[in-house]
Design a protein. Sequence first.
Length: 201
Amino acid sequence: MSRHKTRTLRHNIVTVDRVVVLVVFCGRLKHTVPMSDILIQDGVALVPISNGALHAVIDVADIPLVEGRRWGRTRAKGKCYAICRENTPDGRRVNVFMHRLILQPQRYSMVDHRDGDGLNNRRSNLRQCSHAENMRNTFVRTSNKTGYKGVWEHGAGFYASIQKGKHKKRIGPFSTPELAAAAYAGAATILFGEFARFDLP
């Protein structure tokens, strides 16, 4: 794959599914991704982003959608996404996210990555969703000292806390964080269905 030295550093404030993030573009701004730079391995295509520093995964059939664009990367809530800039017919510069380009969701809908990897843009990993559904498929917060999503320690016990809409429920106490995590997993499966994400020991 081609490589270019970093000559410029540009940034732009954009919104990823209602989350404001800082987008950083490195390298030659005119560099695009030709077909020859896209690798095909094990039935999927690997698209270089940020001048080859990372790769996004797509279905081989979607190569025509992404080739010929300069893909950079951005982060939002700990996830990395592939992004590029392009001109509209009226001369405006807009941001295009690879996952939205591939799935083509309705205007006000979001795109959720089933496995939580923002660079895994295979169609089997993408699904259209609401903002609430997108927020349910999130990882445990780094500030959570128990290591389990939805679990917190209070006094001599551990509790599971889960919320749907405006309704929040506390489950417990439990003697161990593992028991509280199992309780959260059961409640999340019932309330959130396929969008439930939880941690089990």
